[in-house]
Design a protein around this ligand. Sequence first.
Ligand SMILES: C[S@@+](CC[C@H](N)C(=O)[O-])C[C@H]1O[C@@H](n2cnc3c(N)ncnc32)[C@H](O)[C@@H]1O
Length: 267
Amino acid sequence: MKAEQRKDLINLLRKVIYELTGNYYPEERMKILEYKVERLIKDLNLNVSSPEEIVSYFRASPEREKTLIDLMTVPETRFFREKEQLDILFEEVIKDISTLSIASVGCSTGQEPYTLAMIMEKKGISGKIIGMDINVKVLEEARKGVYKSEEIKDIPPDYRDFVYLKDSVMCIKDKIKKRVDFYQANLIRKEDFMPFSGNFGIVFCRNVLIYFDSDSKRIALENLALIMKKKGILVLSSTEILSRELQILFETFKKGKFFFYRKRKNL
Ligand SMILES: C[S@@+](CC[C@H](N)C(=O)[O-])C[C@H]1O[C@@H](n2cnc3c(N)ncnc32)[C@H](O)[C@@H]1O
């Protein structure tokens, strides 16, 4: 494919990915997109000549769209990510709570929801966690609860009882796995969130909306507010700040050095 056609292809796929997932590739991340598209075409051994043909190929069925989504989303995660923020949440924001329902939206391969399950188990808090993600492949991995043995280093020593090492992998123990369910949901599709309307006291959505533009971010935040209980708390990554216009959905408060977001009373 000629350089010009390649450029057209990348631009067309950028649009398709945005429509399907809300993830927007800005100019500075276009190189990553190019690399991923090249890999995908090679892996699928696609014998097509024009950019339009490639795009039609992917749009031909939900299964093919899924292939595109699975490759284009960024799955990076780890256990006890931003532990200090988690400590402040559980020790200062919601202290003395005995039961809790949490959603971890954009949960990737499950490290975040399992971390939350471990914390709840250790603190004697009852309730379940639902991990949601658009990417079917990462959800399959999450359900297994099996990780590289090196990941044990991310788990603080006093939580290592919740996992065990077997051969060269690290497995999550059943009592933690039982507390977590996984569900496929697309942040920009209200239909996916309707069944959970008003369900969760806390919703995590960390390191997900950084890949969205302002329109898709607003839709996603409306869906997150929808699944939250009255006065529920939204947790974003500490590097993400809600813009002013989105504060009609949430009021911001600060604990320690972290910002949290409470669903507004009138919603
Ligand atoms: C960088 S990971 C963040 C994982 C975890 N929350 C953390 O902070 O470690 C981003 C995840 O968001 C998911 N994601 C991206 N777009 C999404 C969408 N429209 N709906 C639901 N999940 C989405 C990706 O598939 C990916 O697994």
